[in-house]
Ligand binder design. Structure first.
Ligand SMILES: Nc1ncnc2c1ncn2[C@@H]1O[C@H](COP(=O)(O)OP(=O)(O)OP(=O)(O)O)[C@@H](O)[C@H]1O
Ligand SMILES: [Mg+2]
Length: 259
């Protein structure tokens, strides 16, 4: 009779997260097809900078690209590694390393009160109910949001809702925070306050925005066009080139409805 002995295979060993790696994300020849449409085409990128922006027209593939960072999508072709681990193999563990914030806080929040929303992340990390509640209270205090703790999420202002969604992922202490147009539905004041909060964080950040002013102080901006990287560099190079392209295209449009 043959005995089965448990062992770690080489592949498991290779899939460990190493948050000390300089390149926190590596895309190699990534292709992604959604609903029969090729939305990303042969994208290769190494991301190491603390503050990275992603820009491009509607439908250029920005959301699809950043969703690959936390396993909301996995590549159909090529590979995406986060801190050295291939996302396909470690999908369930990714939320601990990559916090993801959506444009609409109402699509993200799932619990009735702020405290419960924050506590959930701690239960995901293994805390029991009481410890999670205490941890949530402490965490809200640390972020000067204690007065919101008992409030129903639905009664918060738009800015408060987005702040709580950001805190709800930060409580898991991810090394990377990915945000898909988090200020798009906020007024100018709330947007500035959220941006200031983001810029104060230790986490590495990948941020999508159509408002190019938010990239002031960023290390790198990636411009996507039609599922491919059109330009990738420092904001001082990429943003003016993007704006010039927008102006050129707007001027060249022949029909009013050509949007
Ligand atoms: N689940 C899906 N099924 C089919 N097509 C999809 C799906 N998700 C996205 N797409 C298509 O993929 C392309 C890229 O979409 P994506 O959402 O990544 O663009 P985006 O750059 O984030 O655009 P926006 O600025 O409007 O948010 C679009 O043409 C979109 O219609
Ligand atoms: Mg999008």
């Amino acid at each position: 009779m043959a005995f089965w002995t448990p062992h770690r295979n080489k592949r498991d060993e290779e899939q460990r997260f190493d948050p000390a790696l300089a390149d926190f994300a590596v895309f190699e020849g990534v292709g992604l097809t959604l609903g029969g449409r090729e939305v990303l085409k042969d994208v290769s990128l190494s991301l190491s900078e603390r503050r990275i922006g992603v820009i491009g027209l509607n439908g250029s593939g920005k959301s699809s690209l950043v969703r690959l960072l936390n396993g909301l999508h996995v590549p159909g072709r090529g590979s995406v590694r986060i801190f050295g681990a291939e996302t396909k193999a470690v999908r369930a563990q990714l939320p601990r390393h990559v916090g993801f914030v959506f444009q609409n806080p109402d699509h993200q929040a799932i619990f009735p009160t702020v405290e419960e929303e924050i506590a959930f992340g701690l239960t995901q990390l293994g805390a029991d109910k009481q410890a999670a509640r205490d941890g949530a209270t402490d965490f809200l205090k640390r972020h000067h949001c204690e007065p919101l703790a008992k409030k129903p999420f639905a009664e918060l202002s738009e800015g408060q809702k987005q702040l709580i969604c950001i805190l709800a992922v930060l409580v898991m202490q991810p090394e990377l925070l990915v945000l898909d147009e988090p200020m798009a539905s906020l007024d100018g004041l709330a947007a500035r306050r959220i941006l200031r909060k983001l810029k104060s964080l230790d986490q590495k950040i990948v941020l999508i925005s159509h408002d190019l002013a938010v990239f002031d102080g960023f290390d790198r901006v990636i411009w996507l066009e039609d599922g491919q990287v059109r330009m990738d560099g420092v904001p001082g190079d990429v943003l003016p080139a993007y704006v010039a392209d927008l102006d050129r295209r707007a001027g060249a449009a022949k029909e009013e409805a050509d949007l």
